[in-house]
Design a protein around this ligand. Structure first.
Ligand SMILES: Cc1cc2nc3c(=O)[nH]c(=O)nc-3n(C[C@H](O)[C@H](O)[C@H](O)COP(=O)(O)O)c2cc1C
Length: 478
């Protein structure tokens, strides 16, 4: 009998271990707590708040370099605190896990620069400490400064980064899924045997990019492999996600574009022998809610007044300083030295885009499809459309003020969503993050996932079939 209950929303709080993550300029607001990010109490407070709201997880973004293209250097990023200073996302998770029991944690880590063996242990350690509540946002890093921080003269080319990432994950799966048997640890105090050596093995990985002997140092944790998140829109990234990702960040300017991106991604999973439904789709969303329209308008005005266009330009690595041109200048007339990274948020459909148009867009909220400002009813209506019409499964809730954005969502939107049967009433005690997304009994990756091949130790000796990257075609935006 098919489950006819309405689709429920998954909600992650979109966080970063820094002051200004995405909505730049608002750190100056007296009620904002972002400046407390160095303080362990900030993280225990935000974790307890999100647990109180039964959020799925706190999702920690991260970059390992500075934004230093705008105005030819990192000065604006430093002045505006755009993701610098920043701290390691993995290191705040144990503190948050210690004061919560249901909340999950997603952490970003790059596959391009630090070798996999040490990362494998860090994530297994976190999966133990959180009792299976951890996920990994797989990124290949897009900042030139990140490459320079790890001894590279230039960025590793885009598609090549995904080739490296594919082998990186292959090594991790061998360590997480193949190196130890579930019953290796026996703690036999009579015969003084802690681990049965016959149930632990080397992985002897020798690939184009990595050579790792193993064995993994950490005994199996509840999920073994953390939940695998990924954000992508490129052909190479989607090919990679088809093999690896369990949760994909998607987007689009129209319902048609969102549905097409989701359908394309499901087709990629099927092409990799996985059920089409083995991927959940999350979007980054902006929600500003108030008890009445006056309160909503006040909040929108309060936030908008502090938005920093320069902060956004620094974040988008813009090589054009639009603030230096008269507003009626046509963008097409601006000569650019070097590639101008068009951020997808700039609607370029207008024939003769002027500097004024760009500045107005950068000074606005309405980035893309997933933004709503309104009373709880209005917000819940919109969210139901995102779930039922666009076909998404959840949101990364973008923060305007910490902790006001999360608190407002919990106090005003969650009760309305629950009233409509669209959000959990409570956590399932002891569930892992993977079970929260895929249902009870699914703590481990399914057998249909590529990583499961290493549950048969004989597969450790077989080279993994490489991913096939087609020549780039632009993903749908319009
Ligand atoms: C919601 C979301 C969160 C992201 N978080 C990060 C992040 O924390 N660190 C990072 O380096 N890249 C992050 N990215 C960028 C992606 O990892 C990736 O570089 C981008 O989506 C382009 O992928 P593509 O080149 O495969 O299309 C994020 C992207 C999205 C949409």
């Amino acid at each position: 009998m098919p489950d006819r209950s309405p689709k429920q929303l998954h909600v992650n709080l979109f966080e970063m271990n820094c002051v200004s993550h995405i909505v730049h300029g608002l750190w100056v607001h007296p009620e904002n707590n972002r400046h407390r990010f160095n303080d362990i109490d900030y993280w225990t407070e935000v974790a307890q708040l999100c647990e109180h709201g039964t959020f799925d997880a706190i999702f920690l973004a991260d970059v390992i370099g500075a934004y230093d293209k705008f105005r030819g250097g990192p000065e604006t990023a430093l002045k505006e605190a755009v993701q610098i200073p920043s701290n390691d996302p993995l290191l705040v998770i144990p503190a948050m896990a210690a004061v919560t029991s249901g909340l999950g944690f997603g952490a970003t880590f790059s596959t391009t620069y630090e070798p996999p063996f040490a990362f494998a242990r860090r994530m297994s350690t976190l999966d133990h400490l959180t009792k299976g509540r951890v996920g990994w946002n797989i990124v290949t890093s897009y900042l030139p400064n990140a490459a320079a921080n790890f001894g590279y003269d230039a960025e590793v080319p885009h598609d090549h980064r995904y080739e490296i990432a594919d082998e990186y994950c292959d090594v991790l799966y061998k360590l997480w899924e193949g190196s130890w048997d579930d019953d290796a640890v026996i703690q036999d105090r009579v015969n003084r045997v802690y681990t049965d050596p016959s149930k632990v093995r080397y992985i002897d990985h020798a690939g184009a990019h990595f050579r790792v002997a193993g064995p993994h140092l950490t005994q199996p944790s509840r999920q073994r492999t953390p939940v695998l998140f990924q954000a992508t829109g490129s052909p190479a990234g989607m090919e990679f996600a088809g093999r690896h990702a369990e949760v994909v960040f998607t987007g689009g300017l129209t319902t048609e574009a969102v549905r097409r991106n989701i359908a394309n991604m499901r087709a990629k999973a099927v092409a990799h022998g996985r059920p089409a439904d083995d991927i959940r789709f999350i979007v980054q969303a902006g929600v500003i809610v108030g008890r009445n329209d006056v309160e909503v308008a006040d909040k929108v005005a309060k936030y908008r007044a502090l938005l920093s266009v320069e902060g956004r330009l620094a974040h988008s690595q813009s090589v054009i300083d639009y603030t230096a041109y008269p507003r009626d200048t046509k963008v097409s007339e601006i000569k650019v030295v070097g590639a101008q990274p068009w951020s997808t948020q700039i609607d370029r459909s207008k024939a003769e885009l002027t500097v004024g148009d760009v500045l107005d867009q950068l000074a606005g909220f309405n980035e893309d499809r997933f933004f709503v400002a309104g009373t709880p009813g209005t917000v819940a209506d919109e969210i139901e459309r995102w779930l039922d019409v666009d076909g998404i499964d959840g949101i990364n809730l973008r923060q305007y003020l910490s902790f006001e954005t999360a608190r407002d969502f919990i106090e005003l939107v969650v009760p309305e969503l629950r009233r409509r049967g669209r959000f959990r009433e409570a956590y399932v005690p002891g569930e892992t993050l993977r079970e929260r997304l895929y249902g009870a009994g699914r703590a481990r990756l399914p057998d249909s996932h590529f990583a499961a091949r290493y549950r048969d130790p004989r597969a450790l000796a077989e080279p993994a079939p490489p991913l096939r990257f087609e020549p780039p075609v632009k993903a749908d935006a319009a």
